[in-house]
Design a protein around this ligand. Structure first.
Ligand code: ATP
Ligand code: MG
Length: 420
C-alpha cells in the first residue's frame, strides 16, 4: 500500500519542535492580550469575493496564490490567504463598530493558505498571529502596534530584526504620485508582466526584487516628496511616538506591500538571517478597506507576524527558547497492584495541577526508567509490591539522583512542596 506524505509546500509540526511554535504564538499574543486586544476567530474559508475586493484583484495573493473552489452547493469560496479582510468582515457582520466602542482592537492566530512556489520560509500552509485596531485614525494606534510587535520579538530573544517604516499617502496625495510614477515607469525597459503591473498598481513595481528592475528604478519619483501635509504630519507623529518608546526603525521610502488596501503607515519586520524570505511580519494602515468590502468608513491599522519565519529566525540567531519540560512527575509501577495504585496517584497529581505521566505498555524497570529520563520529568515515582506493603513509594529526584521513600498518602503534597 502506498504511504501518504504531507502535501507539497506543507509540513507537520511534531514534538519536540512543535513546542517552539506554541511558544512563538504565545509570545506574540501576550503583549496584545495585555494591551486591550480581544481574541477573534474566523472561518478558514470565505466568499472568494471578500479577498478579490478586499485584498485586490491585481495582487499576487489573489491573482496567483489563492486556493479558490466551488462547493457542491455552488458557492464560490477560497481558503483564507490572509487575516485582515476576514477580521474586518466579521467585525462589520457583528456590528462591533456600531456599539460606540471604537477602536475595536482584535487579535487572531491561525493557518493561512497561498499557492506559492515552496522554498525555505515560503509554504502553502503557514501560520500567522495578527492584530487589528479598527475604526480610529490615531497615530498612537499605529505606534502601539509597531511597539507591541517589537516587544513580542524581543521577548522571544530575537535581536537581529529590523523595522522598516514608510507612508503610502492617502486618497488625496497617492493618486498624484501614482501618475508621476506611472509616467516614469512608462519610459523604462520592462517585461510584459511588469508593464501590466505598472498599469494596475505601479507602486508594487518599486517592490520588485530583481536587480535589473531595481537598477532602472534609480531616480524614480519618491512618494515622500508627494505626501500631502496631513499625511506628512500623521507620519511624523507615528515616528515620534515609536522613537519615544525607544524602538529603533529605518525609514524605507521604497517599502510598499503586496496588498492593495494599505494607506499611510506601512511597515515590515525583516530578519537578516533568513535569506530572501526575510520578512517575518508586516502591516500598516488600511483606511479604505471597510468601504471596499461594503462597510462604512473605518480607518484601521494592523499587522500579521509569520510564525513559521519567526521560528526560522530564532534558529538563525541560535536562540534557545526556555521551554520547561512538560512533565514534572513520571510514575513507574512494578506489578499489577502497583499499576493500579500508581495510576490513581497520577490522576490525583494531575487533578492537583502537577504535570504527571505514567509508564504505559507493561515495560520492565529498565525500559520504564528510560521513558522517565526521556520525559524530562523532575521526579520519578517508583513502586513495587514491597513498597506498597509498607504504604510508601520511592521518590527519585532526577536532578540530584537522590531517592527516598515517601508515604503514599503524602505523595501529592510532598511533590507539590518540592516543586514550589
Ligand atoms: P513575502 O513578501 O515574503 O511574500 P508577504 O508580503 O506576502 O510576504 P504578508 O501577506 O504581509 O506577507 O504576511 C505577513 C507575514 O506572513 C510575512 O511577513 C511572513 O512572515 C508570513 N508569510 C507570508 N507568506 C508566507 C508563506 N507563504 N509561508 C510562510 N510565511 C509566510
Ligand atoms: Mg507573498
Amino acid at each position: 500500500m502506498a504511504t501518504f506524505q504531507a502535501p507539497k509546500g506543507t509540513y507537520d509540526l511534531i514534538p519536540p519542535v512543535s513546542v517552539k511554535y506554541l511558544a512563538v504564538r504565545e509570545a506574540i499574543a501576550a503583549p496584545l492580550r495585555n494591551s486591550g486586544y480581544g481574541y477573534i476567530e474566523t472561518p478558514g474559508f470565505e466568499d472568494v469575493g471578500l479577498f478579490a475586493r478586499g485584498v485586490g484583484e491585481s495582487t499576487d495573493i489573489v491573482s496567483k496564490e489563492m486556493y479558490a473552489f466551488e462547493t457542491k452547493g455552488g458557492d464560490q469560496l477560497a481558503l483564507r490567504p490572509e487575516g485582515t479582510a476576514s477580521v474586518l468582515r466579521a467585525a462589520l457582520e457583528a456590528s462591533l463598530h456600531k456599539k460606540g466602542n471604537l477602536p475595536v482592537k482584535l487579535w487572531y492566530s491561525g493557518s493561512y493558505y497561498r499557492y506559492e512556489k515552496p522554498q525555505a520560509g515560503r509554504y502553502r500552509h503557514f501560520s500567522q498571529v495578527g492584530a487589528e485596531a479598527i475604526g480610529a485614525e490615531d497615530p498612537a494606534l499605529d505606534a502601539e502596534l509597531i511597539i507591541l510587535a517589537d516587544q513580542a520579538y524581543r521577548s522571544l530573544g530575537l535581536r537581529n530584526f529590523r523595522i522598516l517604516l514608510n507612508s503610502l499617502g492617502d486618497k488625496e496625495c497617492r493618486p498624484v504620485y501614482r501618475e508621476a510614477l506611472q509616467s516614469f515607469l512608462s519610459g523604462l525597459d520592462l517585461d510584459e508582466e511588469t508593464v501590466r503591473r505598472a498599469e494596475i498598481n505601479p507602486l508594487r513595481v518599486l517592490d520588485d526584487k530583481r536587480r535589473d528592475v531595481q537598477k532602472q528604478l534609480v531616480g524614480a519619483p519618491m512618494l515622500r516628496d508627494y505626501l500631502c501635509d496631513a499625511c506628512k504630519a500623521y507620519h511624523e507623529e507615528v515616528r515620534a511616538l515609536v522613537t519615544a518608546a525607544g524602538v529603533v526603525f529605518e525609514d524605507d521610502e521604497k517599502l510598499v506591500r503586496g496588498l492593495d488596501y494599505y494607506t499611510r503607515t506601512t511597515f515590515e519586520f525583516v530578519h537578516d538571517g533568513l535569506g530572501s524570505q526575510s520578512a517575518v511580519g508586516g502591516g500598516g494602515r488600511y483606511d479604505g478597506l471597510s468601504e471596499m468590502i461594503g462597510g462604512p468608513a473605518l480607518p484601521s491599522v494592523g499587522w500579521a507576524l509569520g510564525v513559521d519565519r519567526t521560528v526560522l529566525a530564532l534558529e538563525a540567531e541560535g536562540v534557545d527558547l526556555d521551554i520547561p519540560a512538560s512533565t514534572s512527575v513520571f510514575a513507574v509501577a512494578l506489578g499489577e497492584e502497583a499499576r493500579r495504585v500508581l495510576f490513581g496517584k497520577v490522576t490525583e497529581l494531575r487533578r492537583a495541577g502537577v504535570a504527571a505521566d505514567f509508564s504505559y505498555g507493561g515495560k520492565g524497570l529498565k525500559g520504564s526508567m528510560k521513558d522517565a529520563n526521556r520525559s524530562g520529568a523532575r521526579f520519578t515515582v517508583v513502586a513495587g509490591e514491597r513498597d506498597l506493603a509498607e504504604g510508601v513509594v520511592q521518590l527519585k529526584d532526577m536532578e540530584s539522583g537522590e531517592q527516598a521513600p515517601v508515604a503514599l498518602a503524602d505523595l501529592v503534597a510532598t511533590v507539590q512542596a518540592r516543586l514550589a
